[in-house]
Design a binder for this molecule. Structure first.
Ligand code: HEM
Ligand SMILES: *[C@@H]1O[C@H](CO)[C@@H](O)[C@H](O)[C@H]1NC(C)=O
Length: 359
């Protein structure tokens, strides 16, 4: 028998008891955002290369560990947040109208990780992404994989690194060669009117409901450059939690103390063309998780032909269900996402589901 470390053995033993993530049982829920085999104490929480279901995905376990462990330390840190924003800034300049005219149209191609990328990385709109770009570039080189795959894996891992973040279906196989340096001026400005913003997202391929789900990513974000006097103020009162507090606090008349609200987010919560879809997610963590997961997957594939891709969602760890870490657990089986979090329960859940990546 080969020698095997105790912790690996423990993981191997746990894996016998529950369907691996990505198995038909685990994936039967649409969107697959339940994560590993449920929330029980002995579920398969972190899959390993040894149990890979698809040989194409096998090398991606090490890449996952370099990002989730080496860069995020298993936690919702600044790098994890920046990677979620990076995923949007890479894919967001995609334009259906420009694609139809055969003009450069952006894509979820990892162009922000490529040298000589037409100055894309130096644009003001990408300010604040320098550290995550610098951390991810060596991974592209080390493994010889495409920049788009690394960038968008970092994005889906960034989501799940934040407690409450759902599993987002994760694909690999984007082209190695950069086709589309994103045109300038296509990322949204927080001071644009709602009609301009919804039109820009429609040109990416997103309807209003998808846009309202996507902006919930601000639940774990902060601003640095919109108002430098108030730099580092978070968009909601729980920056470390991927929850729907962002939606309730942004629609309120007054900001929660110490938080910063983007004009665009406030306008979405109030405008007659977006309000209905916005309010869908207020106090509804489960619906948001499902919608967000599907919309983020779509974002990670903008301008990319799916025919060459492989679904490697099997590498994703189990999502942390906020109802298991709330101060008082509800028995409704649903999570409002607004419930107060018990820090001790949360830490125990992070230790259970992120063990191999914690420092
Ligand atoms: C109307 C659409 C959007 C606008 C106007 C917008 C604008 C902004 C602005 C101005 C910031 C602060 C930048 C800074 O000063 O440091 C920010 C941060 C952020 N945005 Fe957006 N955003 C939009 C959509 C999205 C989408 C679709 C995602 C991802 C799905 C996203 C993810 C993030 C994240 C995670 C941060 C925080 C980054 C950090 O804390 O380091 N945003 N956004
Ligand atoms: C930034 O915030 C400060 C403090 O609230 C405010 O006085 C100032 O007008 C803001 N600046 C901008 C550019 O909005």
């Amino acid at each position: 028998m080969r020698s095997i470390s105790l912790s690996l053995l423990a993981i191997a033993l746990l894996e016998v008891t529950a369907p691996a993530y990505g198995s038909p049982q685990a994936m039967k829920r649409k969107g697959g955002n339940e994560g590993g085999g449920g929330s029980g104490g002995n579920a398969n929480v972190i899959s390993t290369a040894a149990n890979s279901k698809n040989s194409v995905c096998k090398p991606w376990y090490a890449i996952r560990d370099d990002i989730m462990g080496g860069i995020y330390g298993g936690r919702c840190n600044d790098a994890a947040r920046a990677a979620v924003r990076l995923a949007f800034h890479d894919a967001g300049p995609f334009s259906l109208a420009r694609q139809q005219k055969n003009l450069p149209n952006g894509a979820a191609d990892g162009s922000l990780l490529v040298e000589n990328n037409g100055g894309e990385g130096n644009r003001a709109e990408n300010n604040g992404l320098q550290n995550i770009v610098a951390a991810l570039k060596p991974i592209v080189k080390k493994y010889g994989v495409s920049p788009g795959d690394v960038l968008h894996l970092a994005g889906t891992l960034g989501v799940i690194a934040c407690p409450g973040g759902p599993v987002v279906r994760t694909w690999v196989g984007r082209p190695m060669l950069l086709k589309n340096i994103a045109p300038d001026g296509l990322l949204p400005n927080p001071n644009s009117p709602v009609s301009v913003l919804t039109a820009r997202f429609a040109d990416m391929g997103f309807n209003v409901r998808e846009l309202m789900a996507l902006i919930g990513a601000h639940s774990t974000g902060r601003q640095r450059f919109v108002n430098t006097t108030l730099a580092n103020e978070p968009f909601d009162s729980t920056i470390d939690i991927w929850d729907v507090r962002f939606y309730s606090e942004t629609q309120n008349a007054a900001a929660a103390p110490g938080t910063f609200r983007l004009n665009s987010d406030m306008a979405f919560s109030r405008d007659s063309t977006t309000q209905k879809d916005y309010k869908r997610f207020v106090g509804n963590q489960n619906d948001w998780a499902e919608d967000y997961s599907a919309a983020h997957e779509k974002m990670s594939l903008l301008g990319i032909s799916k025919s060459t891709l492989t679904d490697c969602t099997e590498i994703m760890p189990q999502a942390i269900d906020l109802k298991n870490v709330a101060v008082s657990s509800s028995n409704s089986g649903k999570s409002s996402g607004d419930a107060a979090i018990d820090p001790a329960k949360l830490e125990a859940e992070i230790r259970r589901t992120r063990s191999i990546w914690l420092n």
